[in-house]
Design a protein around this ligand. Sequence first.
Ligand code: CA
Length: 328
Amino acid sequence: MNGNRIAKNYLVLLFFMGGFFLKGNTQGPVKVILDTDMGPDYDDVGAIAVLHSLADKGEAEILATMSCNHHYLTGPTIELLNTYFKRPHIPVGVPRLLAVSMGAPQKWPQLLMKSYPHCYNSNDELPDAIQLYRELLAKADDSSITVIAIGFLTNLSDLLRSPADKISPMTGTELVKKKVKKLVSMAGRFPVGREYNVYKDALSATEVINRWPTQIYFSGWEIGNEIRTGLKVAGNAQLKNSPVKDVFSQCIPMAPMDSLGRMSWDQTAVLAGIRGSNRYFDLVAGRMVMLENGKNGWINMSDGRHFYYVMKMPPGKLSEEIELLMMR
Ligand SMILES: [Ca+2]
């Protein structure tokens, strides 16, 4: 009798576990293309660490990592970091058309290039980002790709403008509409303001804001500004031979404003892009609009296709969660 009850309970447990795993398998990891400026600020290093941590946990599948920044070291730095995180084969695309070129004032990419294995020394050795986007989207399932942009919107604008070619009979806009599920972008200030990723290439930002055919989720300047990370990474004695630690250790002491840790703009977009925003942020629906001089504004619309995040989780708690992922 007792044995029967144990067997019955075991079967019930298996039933619920089966349901759990079945649900997990049907959802699967989020298929991500990351688009980063990897240079001017070092939150991109924290963001790519978060991305790889979430991939390690089975929550994300990284299809490609793109640079939107012409600076010659951006592509090699991205490849170096992918290699460090044991994913050296992730394709890296770089801009071939007009793009902003911005190096790092703290010279951290040069530091990494001296210290860690990498295959490339210049963007000239890497493929065109737009071609790579088109190839990946052409072979993707419908509405299957999440694009996470943590830099200028240059590549995404060029992708929208790309014509049909031998890769696909669809234009870039048609490919995005069919294959992309959503865009999550660290860009803008809300409800109104002027933010670096927007004003540095305002023409591209305008194109994407006006023409991108899927939902766009914006993690604005005001979100990442509240979330400080990097001190625990820099002070973690157990973390050895880590490019993430090296960058934060080198850069944080160079700016008094970073004494509480570096602002974590880009990590927020990666985290919410993969896990969804619900646990971390409330959403405001509407439409982002471009104003003069690279400023953006906002129009509230209940049926809007754009959303901006508003802090829900206390910033200190979110900082802890992000920094744990950066140290994984
Ligand atoms: Ca960035």
